[in-house]
Design a protein around this ligand. Structure first.
Ligand code: GLU
Length: 314
C-alpha cells in the first residue's frame, strides 16, 4: 500500500519524445567546425527518430551579420540537413526572456551590477587573484549588497546570486562525468547586460525549455557553459536536457576554428563539394566507417552516417 501511495506521489516522468536542435549564431557562414556540430546534432536526432530544430541565435544583435543566417540555412540545405519546424529567431523572443528575467527578479535572485571589467580586475587583485588579459573573470560579488532590489535599473547589468555551495554535476554522453563549482569557477553571472540585451545563458535556457529540447548536441567549446545553464533551468523550474559535447575541430595551430580565427566557409556550391564537406565533418566526429566508403549521393552518405552514429554514440 505504502509503495502504491509513494508511486502515486512520484509518478515516473514520461519519456519525452526526442527533440534536438542546432543553434548557430549568425556571425558568419558555416565553417568546418560549425558544420560538424550541425551534422552531429542532425545525426543524433535522426538516430533517435526525433525532431531536429533550427534556432538562429541572434540575441546579441550587434554581433549578428546581416545575411549570415540565410547563408547558414542555404549551406545546411545543400548538405541535406533539413530542419523539422519553422526556425526560431532569438531576436524575436524578447518577451519570453523578459518573463523569465522578471520571475527571477521577483524571487529576489538577481541584483544590478555597475562593475566594469577594470573594477572587477581591481577587486580580484585586492583579493590576491591574478588575472590575464582575455581571461573570463570570476566575479567576486562586489555588488551583492544590491540583492533583492526589484526595480529594473536600466543602466546596470543584472547578475544571478549563486549559493555559496553550488557544485553541479552532469553526465555528458561523450565526455562522461562533469562537475563544476559554479561559485568558485564562474561566480555570479550576467543575465542581462547593461545595454539591455539578454545574455546567451538566459536565452538558450528559455529557448531550450520552450522548444521542448530533450537532447543538446554541440561543440565542446560550450561545455563550460553547461553547468550555468543547468543552474538556470533549476532556478526557472525547467527540465534539464541530456548533453553531448562533440570534439572540436582545430586548425593547423591547434586553435578552435571560429570566425575570430577567420575559419573559411565550407563550400557547398555543388553536391560534390557539399558531400566532401560532410565527409570531413564525419571524420572529425570519429565516424570512421563512413569516411572509408565512397558515396554517390548526399542521401546515401547521410543514411550510412546515421547508422555509424548509432554505433558510436547511442
Ligand atoms: N549559438 C551558439 C554558437 O553558435 C551555440 C549555442 C548552443 O548550441 O547552445 O556557438
Amino acid at each position: 500500500m505504502i509503495l502504491a501511495v509513494s508511486k502515486l506521489q512520484n509518478p515516473p516522468s514520461p519519456a519525452r519524445a526526442y527533440r534536438g536542435r542546432f543553434a548557430p549564431s549568425p556571425t558568419g557562414p558555416l565553417h568546418a567546425g560549425s558544420l560538424a556540430a550541425a551534422l552531429g546534432s542532425w545525426l543524433d536526432a535522426r538516430a533517435h527518430q526525433g525532431q531536429w530544430l533550427l534556432r538562429i541565435e541572434d540575441v546579441d544583435t550587434p554581433r549578428s551579420i546581416p545575411g549570415a543566417a540565410q547563408q547558414i540555412q542555404g549551406q545546411l540545405l545543400a548538405c541535406g540537413l533539413q530542419w523539422d519546424e519553422e526556425p526560431v529567431w532569438q531576436s524575436e523572443r524578447q518577451e519570453a526572456y523578459q518573463k523569465a528575467f522578471t520571475q527571477l527578479i521577483n524571487e529576489g535572485q538577481l541584483y544590478p551590477c555597475n562593475c566594469s571589467r577594470q573594477t572587477i580586475t581591481a577587486a580580484l587583485k585586492a583579493l590576491g587573484v591574478q588575472t590575464e588579459r582575455h581571461q573570463e573573470l570570476i566575479y567576486p560579488g562586489s555588488c551583492r549588497s544590491q540583492l533583492g532590489l526589484k526595480q529594473e535599473n536600466t543602466l546596470a547589468a543584472w547578475r544571478i546570486a549563486l549559493p555559496e555551495h553550488c557544485t553541479i554535476a552532469f553526465e555528458d554522453r561523450a565526455l562522461g562525468h562533469q562537475t563544476q563549482h559554479l561559485n568558485q569557477e564562474v561566480g555570479d553571472f550576467v543575465l542581462r547586460r547593461s545595454d539591455g540585451l539578454f545574455t546567451y545563458q538566459l536565452a538558450v535556457v528559455v529557448d531550450d525549455a520552450e522548444q521542448g529540447i530533450t537532447h543538446v548536441v554541440r561543440g565542446a567549446d560550450l561545455l563550460s557553459n553547461t553547468v550555468r545553464q543547468i543552474y538556470l533551468q533549476k532556478a526557472l523550474g525547467y527540465p534539464t536536457p541530456k548533453y553531448l559535447h562533440l570534439p572540436l575541430v582545430l586548425d593547423e595551430f591547434g586553435e578552435k576554428l571560429s570566425k575570430q580565427t577567420l575559419a573559411s566557409a565550407i563550400d557547398t556550391s555543388t553536391p560534390t563539394h557539399a558531400l566532401k564537406a560532410l565527409e570531413q565533418a564525419a571524420n572529425h566526429l570519429g565516424l570512421q566507417a563512413v569516411t572509408k566508403e565512397r558515396f554517390h549521393s548526399i542521401h546515401a552518405f547521410l543514411v550510412a552516417a546515421t547508422a555509424n552514429w548509432k554505433d558510436r554514440y547511442c
